[in-house]
Design a protein around this ligand. Structure first.
Ligand SMILES: [Zn+2]
Length: 215
């Protein structure tokens, strides 16, 4: 009888402390993942399909958090120096990302910024910074992200970045004499569309400009 109780007790401990499973990937995040991989590749950074298989799902990401990069049973950010020793880039398959469903109230630029932020935690081990960056703790601080997306992504993927690089960067006039954008991104996620194009100065415009469309 005593043994039975001990085994029951051990069983309960193991059941509560055993490895919990990562949630299933929500395929609605896949186009954002593919865009992350494409933006990385455009900047000479390879993100493998294996790394990209990291599960992303909606769930409780912690109080007032838009998202979290974590590991089963940890319940909090897994990007600290200690956590990255245990769960470094080679152990990406143990990590997963949870996104607070409340971000669906925001536009696709905001959603992209949150998902890219968490992917950079999980896949690159990037920590938070107070500097101008998608790794700033709150995307509320990055209100110029739609305008300066190119520069934010340069910074995210480890390039030397000067946020004044394109001068007084502004949104393009609605009617313009544009040729081809020098950089362009366009994709769908959550039934919405995002497009972002960067144009160099023209005969009628002496500054770089950005055309943004959200549908
Ligand atoms: Zn973070």
């Amino acid at each position: 009888m005593q043994n039975t109780l001990i085994y029951l007790f051990l069983g309960l401990i193991l059941a509560s402390c055993g490895p919990k499973k990562a949630p299933q990937n929500d395929p609605r995040f896949n186009s954002l993942k593919i865009q992350f991989q494409a933006e990385a590749a455009a900047r000479g950074v390879e993100v493998s399909d294996g790394e990209l298989s990291i599960p992303i799902s909606f769930g409780n990401a912690g109080l007032e958090n838009d998202g979290v990069c974590t590991v089963p049973g940890m319940g909090k950010n897994a990007f600290s120096a200690a956590a990255n020793t245990l769960f470094n880039r080679d152990n990406f398959e143990r990590k997963f990302i949870k996104i607070n469903p409340s971000i669906l109230e925001k536009d696709l630029f905001y959603i992209e910024a949150v998902v890219f932020h968490e992917l950079a935690h999980c896949l690159f081990g990037r920590d938070h910074t107070d500097s101008k960056s998608l790794m700033n703790e709150s995307q509320e601080n990055n209100t110029d992200y739609p305008l300066k997306r190119t520069l934010y992504l340069d910074e995210l993927f480890g390039m030397d970045t000067n946020f004044l690089e394109f001068g007084r960067l502004n949104f393009c006039p609605i009617v313009d004499d544009e040729l081809e954008p020098i950089e362009e991104a366009s994709y769908e996620a959550f039934g919405r569309e995002l497009s972002h194009s960067l144009f160099k100065p023209s005969e009628t415009r002496d500054q770089f400009c950005v055309l943004v469309e959200l549908k």
